[in-house]
Design a protein around this ligand. Structure first.
Ligand SMILES: Nc1ncnc2c1ncn2[C@@H]1O[C@H](COP(=O)(O)OP(=O)(O)OP(=O)(O)O)[C@@H](O)[C@H]1O
Length: 249
């Protein structure tokens, strides 16, 4: 095993993953994520973004390849150790909001902190602070069933940020939001990450969202690719746009 570079908080080498039904999820993806970096993973639907995030977060063990977190191998960890790593160091935002219906909004947002052992009162303070930053502080005592879909997603984002994870995996985090809402929530998320030194791995198929990141890696059919914009063909007008092609890297 080759140890990863010191300044990469996450490092993956030659990840391969195939689903039980034979669908190829990843075919040899390597990448490094630097500390406090916001890295966008872009690509069309089905290109492997979710699969890559799940492998990096220790949710899916790759069939081959390596994942390292802060120079510690994740791919050889026992399931219990990986679970503890996810609980204590990682945050996760899904494209659709999933909350515990029996708990109110602040209890939902405080849940990961309480699972880490933070007392109820401190956890509530931290959760409410994040709910306020995301403009839903006034819903803190409501239950998820009383919220709109977009409000529930904001709660999920507050829940992921409240414990200040070392790495936040955000899989299309603003998919359920309207365009105006989306810009505000993304700005809150990226500003929070930058001010707290949180590393973010953000899956998105939206170029505007990817533009907020420090760097983008692109996937196509489970492989990393580089998109090259070709100059317009001689004689064609600018209005016809520019062709692009993807090269495996
Ligand atoms: N649970 C699953 N079982 C079987 N195949 C799957 C499963 N999840 C994903 N796949 C397949 O693996 C490939 C990569 O899917 P993945 O969800 O990682 O892509 P994605 O880029 O995140 O797509 P999207 O933007 O639609 O979420 C696709 O061909 C997909 O159909």
């Amino acid at each position: 095993m080759v140890a990863p570079p010191d300044n990469d908080v996450l490092w993956a080498r030659a990840l391969h993953f195939r689903y039980d039904d034979g669908s190829p999820g990843l075919s040899g993806v390597s990448l490094g994520v630097r500390e406090a970096e916001i890295l966008a993973v872009s690509g069309p639907r089905g290109s492997g973004k979710t699969t890559l995030l799940r492998c990096l977060a220790g949710l899916l063990p790759p069939h081959s390849g390596e994942v390292w977190f802060n120079s510690v191998p994740v791919h050889t960890m026992s399931p219990v150790t990986r679970e503890r790593l996810r609980r204590d160091r990682f945050g996760w935002i899904d494209p659709a909001p999933v909350l515990v219906p029996e708990l109110n909004v602040w209890e939902n947002a405080a849940l990961p902190l309480m699972l880490r052992g933070t007392g109820r009162s401190r956890a509530r303070t931290a959760a409410v602070e994040w709910l306020e930053r995301l403009d839903i502080g006034d819903r803190a005592r409501r239950h998820p069933g009383e919220l709109t879909h977009a409000e529930r997603q904001r709660v999920c984002i507050a829940r992921a940020l409240a414990p200040a994870p070392t790495v936040l995996f955000a899989d299309e985090p603003t998919a359920p939001l309207h365009r105006v809402d989306r810009a505000h929530v993304l700005r809150t998320l990226t500003t929070a990450a930058r001010s707290h030194g949180i590393t973010v791995v953000l899956a998105t198929h939206d170029a505007q969202t990817a533009a907020l990141a420090d760097r983008t890696v692109s996937l196509l059919d489970g492989r990393r690719v580089r998109t090259v914009h070709l100059p317009p063909a001689p004689g064609s007008g600018e209005s016809e746009g520019r062709a692009a092609c993807s090269l495996s890297v």
